[in-house]
Ligand binder design. Structure first.
Ligand code: FPP
Length: 234
């Protein structure tokens, strides 16, 4: 069975999960963080390589401040309580997204996790935090211009695809093979737009806090049945 090298997950439905159980939205996010823990175990069983998780988007700042705080607190807690397990399991943590506006404490925690797992060679767990694809593309163009100026290069020279990708938040993670969105919505919401140009996109009604090994297997089986042509012929 062909396994996708890079899986990107839009972890949607924490709020609806909580509402259906008369709980607060924050409790839904907490259950969502437990689903991430479970995902790490399943990912090792299925021998996956790269996993990108949409933990907080550039648009999520529009949410109530209490909910924003709850999500960042959960991230801090996740790293404090799971970092030893992550290290033991040879998982490498990465962050994709802008550092601006992210609470200092959360940036500190994520940087600590990146540093302490940098030599690990197993699964790459990429936390997409304060991430938006449009922001990423605009930011890369600015970085590329600055780079050309600082190296006295011709500013008007045509930009090559790889040249721009070098400045992406996700560099050097390969393109997405399988994108999963939970909770029934069928949109990509500014997540890895460029990197998902030829991704297979799997939508499930399962709410993120309920996502488990069985659900992941369903997505992987569905992916294995796809014929990927990348614009060519079979
Ligand atoms: C979408 O569900 C989910 C988010 C915007 C946040 C995702 C965060 C987590 C899974 C927990 C954070 C923890 C770590 C470790 C990063 P929603 O709130 O939009 O759900 P709804 O559409 O049902 O309201």
């Amino acid at each position: 069975m062909e396994t996708p090298k890079h899986i990107a997950i839009i972890m949607d439905g924490n709020g609806r999960w909580a509402t259906s159980k008369n709980l607060s939205r924050s409790e839904g996010h907490r259950e969502g963080s437990i689903a991430i823990d479970r995902l790490m175990d399943s990912a090792m069983e299925f021998d996956l390589k790269y996993i990108s998780l949409y933990a907080f988007s550039t648009e999520n700042w529009k949410r109530p401040i209490a909910e924003i705080k709850a999500i960042f607190n959960l991230l801090d807690e996740f790293i404090s309580t799971r970092l030893e397990k992550i290290k033991k399991n040879n998982i490498k943590v990465l962050h994709s997204g802008s550092e601006s506006k992210v609470p200092l404490q959360s940036m500190k925690q994520i940087k600590r996790a990146i540093k302490e797992t940098e030599k690990n060679t197993g699964i790459v767990l990429n936390f997409c935090l304060n991430y938006g694809s449009q922001d990423e593309i605009l930011n890369s163009i600015s970085l590329l211009i600055h780079d050309r100026i600082s190296k006295n290069k011709d500013l008007t020279k045509k930009i090559k695809k790889e040249e721009l990708e070098n400045f992406f938040y996700t560099y050097p993670i390969p393109d997405v093979d399988l994108m999963i969105r939970t909770a029934g919505e069928q949109r990509i919401s500014n997540f890895l737009l460029w990197q998902s140009a030829y991704a297979e996109i799997y939508f499930t009604d399962c709410l993120w806090p309920d996502f488990d090994k069985k659900e992941l297997k369903l997505a992987l089986d569905w992916y294995a049945g796809r014929t990927r042509k990348f614009g060519g012929l079979k």
